[in-house]
Design a protein around this ligand. Structure first.
Ligand code: GLN
Length: 316
């Protein structure tokens, strides 16, 4: 199916609906059931979007279907934490891949820091480092910050936020563990409340692709034209997406797709190919690592057909 580098497709005319049709027949994976709202997700939903550095937005059918951002928020929480702490967040959190699942009850050996910002322990911490004073202030700043990345006003699904907060036992456990290690400085319940609400922000494939494109464009939003974070922050975030963004599937992802990305339990995946494009794919059925099955296949195809793999040479 894939084209060789020699017949690379043009993202401006690339047929996203054709790609969507090709992956729709894939029946593998299972919808997440950690909270009732996610368990009710439409397993047939499948949408793609891509955004180019000049602000061109291309979408497939269903690119305006809303879903909660879930873990695809983690790169942006990391970005906001880096911005608000002037880079000091890097002293508070590791950046090494874990080889374990997203909610593993595990901290960095010797330091008690979260292993990286793309697993739950790390995102609980980065969300706590975003400025705002109290819980409500941090929550507001996060929604504002995410909206700036998306170039549109994003909203929170309050039911999802509440379920995540109430049912996220492993997140509560991680927050308490970080309190015990002295690495989380806000209250454990407050940390979970802020992270849970960040996961409950509603996006669609289009908005998520704009967010990914902002990172791909060095922190300048190509749609609004606004600088959201400095180039160094965008580079740091995309680097960690490349090594840790797909949890214990990150190595295989980089081999087969070759584009820094972040997966999520709602089935959304955000991709950032520096200076080339940002993209998003969503389809709820997930594989063992919590990655959208159709999303992975579509990302592999997109990468092969547009020549996005960072480690593929042009040679034959
Ligand atoms: N809200 C989910 C959780 O913390 C997000 C996890 C994910 O998308 N992998 O459990």
């Amino acid at each position: 199916m894939s084209r060789s580098a020699g017949t690379r497709a043009d993202p401006r005319s690339y047929d996203l609906d054709d790609l969507r049709e090709r992956v729709l027949g894939e029946r593998g994976g299972a919808v997440d059931d950690s909270i009732p709202q996610l368990a009710r997700a439409d397993a047939e939903l499948c949408a793609l979007a891509l955004v180019l550095p000049d602000g061109t937005v291309r979408t497939s059918a269903q690119a305006d279907a809303a879903f909660s951002v879930q873990s695809a928020v983690k790169p942006f929480l990391f970005a906001l934490a880096l911005l608000d702490t002037g880079g000091q967040a890097l002293d508070r959190i590791g950046i090494e891949p874990t080889g374990e699942s997203f909610d593993a009850i595990k901290l960095e050996t010797g330091t008690g820091r979260p292993p990286n910002p793309m697993v739950n322990a790390g995102a609980l911490l980065t969300a706590s480092l975003v400025e705002g004073g109290d819980v409500a202030g941090r929550q507001e700043r996060i929604v504002e910050g995410l909206s700036a990345f998306a170039a549109q006003d994003l909203e929170v699904d309050e039911d999802v936020a509440q379920s995540e907060h109430l049912l996220g036992d492993r997140n509560h456990a991680l927050a308490h563990l970080m309190r015990a290690e002295g690495t989380l400085s806000v209250g454990a319940d407050d940390a979970v409340a802020v992270y849970a609400r960040a996961c409950a922000v509603l996006v669609d494939a289009r908005a998520l692709a704009v967010m990914g494109a902002t990172l791909a464009c060095g922190g300048r939003n190509p749609v609004s034209g606004r600088r959201i974070v400095p180039p160094q922050v965008a580079r740091d975030v995309v680097s960690v997406m490349a090594t840790c963004g797909v949890y214990d599937g990150s190595g295989r992802w980089m081999r087969s797709v070759g584009v820094p990305a972040k997966s999520s339990v709602s089935g959304g995946i955000v991709l950032s190919a520096p200076d080339v494009l940002g993209a998003a794919v969503v389809s709820p059925p997930l594989d063992e690592q919590g990655t959208s099955v159709r999303g992975r296949i579509a990302s592999e195809e997109l990468s092969a057909e547009l020549g996005l793999h960072v480690f593929a040479s042009g040679g034959t």
